[in-house]
Design a protein around this ligand. Sequence first.
Ligand code: NAD
Length: 342
Amino acid sequence: MAHPVTLIPGDGIGPELAEATRRVLEATGVLFEWEVVEAGEAVMGRYGTPLPDHVLDSIRRNRVAIKGPITTPVGEGFRSVNVTLRQVLGLYANLRPARSIKGLDNRYEDVDLVIVRENTEDLYAGIEHRVGRDAAESIKIITREASERIARYAFDYALANGRRKVTAVHKANIMKLSDGLFLESCRTVAADYDGRVEFEDRIVDNMCMQLVQKPELYDVLVLPNLYGDIVSDLAAGLVGGLGVAPGANIGTEAAVFEPVHGSAPKYAGQNRANPTALILSGALMLRHLGETEAAERVEAALREVIGEGRTVTYDLGGDTGTREFGDAVAERLAAAPAATPV
Ligand code: NAD
């Protein structure tokens, strides 16, 4: 049976990446019933909002979506569609794996981190106001419920995926109440996994320094929203950059798969951007849909094509186009079809 999936191409480089990703996912032989809906800058004029109701309805109906990046105006203009989607759909866990790909010229060859970012509160709650003309306040919301929920997600993920350790990342030395509550919640949850998954905590600034110097010491990291956003870009930088960093937003009602990177407007329409991050997000989606074997084949085909070094996009040192890279991965998948069940 075909999997119904909402496909949001997004802004900037999004549509090119979405097209390449769709070809790769279809080359696995898994059947999809794509419902393509537009959100972002392109639909503002038509609907008066970058996130029309029918987009949310489609995701709620299909329960699974894959999306390209969507531009957020800086300082003024509409609120982030990405943040709104996560909040409205209750997509509380943002999973961002960062794993080395052999053949890429990175400082480290064996990075294998999983960032678990709380996705609904913290400074991203969007509660801010001006105080007179010359000051502004943003309110940082941390609740025990959301903190324990994300910590439990991180420990369950560690157990289900054979990972050894969860590190909670915070700034509880300074933000004693908000980050203090996050850390306390992580410790409470960690006690339930005692003896099965190790637990430790790190202050976020020290964590950044340690990740740059010795990333092999770390495994699953759990962080409040803002630190999670920043540290996941740092982790992406350890394994080849934003072009190869996938992500998933998981909730109880729906899941939305999207890369860590944004819409990179300066590369839009040039057939240059790397679709790897969106394709790997597609592999996370396949796992979510129970298509584990197809997900493994996509990851293996990507690793082979990138590892050979001949057919890679500009960010990985080559000059292959978005479309041509996607085709190379799709052809590799077609050459290694799924094992036939006996
Ligand atoms: P960005 O991630 O779009 O791009 C930064 C740089 O990273 C690019 O200039 C490019 O050099 C590189 N890059 C990113 N993706 C790449 C890819 N697939 N292949 C090759 N190189 C790639 O970050 P930005 O410029 O800060 O943000 C642009 C817009 O995207 C903003 O409006 C921002 O709000 C939005 N954004 C959206 C999302 C999302 O949709 N989830 C996430 C982050 C940023």
